[in-house]
Design a protein around this ligand. Structure first.
Ligand code: IPD
Ligand code: CA
Ligand code: CA
Length: 263
């Protein structure tokens, strides 16, 4: 598998930040039992990972712009190119010692996502995709699942919680979906949820209220693996969407229909 120069830069940045997170994750497990807990430590680990990604990407492409979860917007002189960076997706998992978290980096060119990298250092899983070049897990080419019926499908989701999301609306969606599928998973890291759809582990996924840095890399991963990603109205432009619905062609379509079923 040949990677372009820019994808290599993204991979280096994600792996360097991921290794830093992995070291800090070891410490979090020790702090878990302390009175103060690991909260502050995790937020430092998060910021450190973002600093690493920023430094690596900036060095390679000094002019590009950034949208980062922790530091926000950094306008570069090249506004056609923008990095979307989530240095630690799955913070709550990380904080609780659950090894499901990732670094997620996407590159936009003129508003289109052209490359994505998602790295889970705890499992040593590196997901990469470039427009027109396919999606990969380490060196293996990815393909979305071949299941065509909801009844056979495992669907991922993000469950709103205290202070987040529209609980009433979500319960209606969940009621519809749970009645029709063979399983539902809440993994706790949206970037990895989308990577799992690309890898055919999850047959579909939906979540409300995600941000561009959560989904940028995952969107291209799924599309390059032959899958579909839209908002609740079936529109392709999802980066600023409130709800994202993903899956292989049949499951994505069925999931859209099920989510909107009147109750
Ligand atoms: C969160 C995770 C989670 C999703 C939340 C996100 P963070 O990102 O992706 O799975 O349900 O909506 O905010 O805060 O861990 O980077
Ligand atoms: Ca996130
Ligand atoms: Ca984050």
């Amino acid at each position: 598998m040949a990677r372009s120069a820019i994808l290599n830069v993204m991979v280096q940045a994600a792996m360097k930040a991921g290794r830093s997170l992995a070291r800090d994750f070891g410490e979090v497990q020790n702090l878990q039992v302390s009175l103060k807990g690991p909260g502050d430590y995790v937020s430092q680990a998060d910021k450190k990972a973002e600093e690493i990604v920023y430094t690596e990407l900036r060095r390679a492409r000094p002019d590009y712009s950034f949208l980062m979860e922790e530091s926000g917007v950094v306008e570069g002189s090249d506004s056609q190119h923008r990095w979307l960076v989530d240095p630690l997706d799955g913070t709550t998992n990380f904080l609780h010692g659950i090894p499901i978290f990732a670094v997620s980096i996407a590159l936009e060119r003129q508003g289109q996502i052209v490359a994505g990298v998602i790295f889970n250092p705890a499992m040593d899983e590196l997901y990469t995709a470039e427009r027109g070049g396919g999606a990969f897990l380490n060196d293996r080419r990815l393909r979305v699942s071949g299941r065509s019926k909801l009844v056979d499908s495992v669907i991922g989701t993000g469950v709103p919680h205290l202070g987040r999301g529209d609980h009433g609306n979500y319960l209606l969606q969940m009621r519809n979906v749970m009645a029709e599928v063979s399983g539902i998973r809440r993994m706790g890291a949206a970037a990895l949820d989308l990577a799992y759809v690309a890898a055919g582990r999850l047959d579909g996924f939906w979540e409300e209220g995600l941000s561009p840095w959560d989904i940028g890399a995952g969107i291209i991963m799924i599309r390059e693996a032959g899958g579909f990603v839209t908002n609740l109205d079936g529109e392709q432009d999802v980066i600023e969407s409130k709800v994202i619905v993903a899956g292989n062609e049949a499951i994505q379509r069925a999931l859209l229909k099920t989510l909107k079923k009147p109750v």
